[in-house]
Design a binder for this molecule. Structure first.
Ligand SMILES: C[S@@+](CC[C@H](N)C(=O)[O-])C[C@H]1O[C@@H](n2cnc3c(N)ncnc32)[C@H](O)[C@@H]1O
Length: 262
């Protein structure tokens, strides 16, 4: 396969592209369901062709959920809509100001703004001066990726719930939750919730589940304190957006589980 067609759809703030290889061997093989309450760009989900018989993608951001639903159910219409949305500062500005009437148009606009923006934030056009990247990934590869993720989502359930409702809904003894919540420091996400993310509520919810969970978080005193009764291991990755630059610092993360992860 063309190396630019790896199994993913979009970059996402806090996306686990650089941690997938570390996370993969920690996911148990005897699970009956694999659930991502904080799906984002779905980097871990898409890393494998299948994690379990039942797979669930969830996020509270309805723009993401709409995009993945459209990729799952209407890939050809999305491709038609997106085909001539080329990388250009003018088109980017027009897309920012455009009004959408259908879910397919909404998905196409969101996808375009994420693909062609600086840091995948969907806010400003991501111009690049030297090497590839930024706003200039190949249009052909983007269209082919829609088809790849369309096939991958065939049996994946897509939900748009708050994590607590989702976890309670899908919990059972052989369930596995890979949780990648917003970090205790850093960016907020544009979800439908007006409240700041409640880290204690997540801990209280996870502490009582019947299934297993693996959690990735920023390595902070708050997280260490919240999960002091659980197993944790340290992991490191290059800092996101400018990770290729050796001057950028390494980012420390924690992987936490309610089963033997060491
Ligand atoms: C760190 S990102 C997940 C990144 C993802 N693992 C990836 O690889 O792209 C956290 C996600 O949690 C979502 N989120 C925030 N609050 C939430 C809530 N209360 N319930 C469910 N999802 C939530 C955000 O919309 C965001 O996409």
């Amino acid at each position: 396969m063309n190396k630019y067609l790896k199994s993913y759809l979009i970059s996402w703030i806090g996306g686990k592209r650089l941690l997938r290889k570390t996370i993969d061997p920690l996911i148990p093989s005897d699970i009956k369901s694999y659930i991502e309450p904080f799906g984002g760009g779905g980097w871990v989900l898409f890393y494998k062709d299948k994690w379990a018989d039942v797979e669930v993608y969830n996020d509270l951001d309805d723009r993401l959920v709409n995009l993945f639903r459209i990729v799952k159910h209407h890939p050809d219409e999305l491709i038609k809509e997106f085909r001539y949305q080329l990388a250009s500062r003018k088109l980017f500005q027009e897309a920012l100001e455009s009004i959408c009437y259908t879910d397919i148009q909404r998905a196409s606009k969101f996808f375009y703004l994420i693909m062609r923006s600086f840091g995948s934030k969907g806010e400003t056009f991501g111009a690049v001066k030297k090497s590839g990247g930024g706003a200039t990934p190949s249009q052909q590869n983007i269209l082919e990726r829609i088809n790849i993720i369309h096939k991958r989502l065939d049996k994946v359930l897509i939900e748009n719930l708050d994590f607590e409702k989702l976890i309670n809904q899908y919990d059972h003894e052989r369930a596995f939750f890979y949780c990648d919540p917003p970090y205790t420091s850093g960016e907020g996400y544009k979800t439908t919730s007006t409240k700041a993310f409640e880290h204690e509520r997540l801990r209280d919810c996870l502490k009582n589940i019947k299934g297993r969970f693996l959690l990735s978080y920023d390595d902070s005193p708050k997280v260490r304190e919240l999960y002091k009764d659980f197993e944790m291991i340290e992991a490191q990755r290059q800092n996101g957006i400018n990770g290729k630059n050796p001057k950028n610092k390494v980012y420390k993360e924690l992987l936490i589980g309610n089963y033997d992860i060491k």
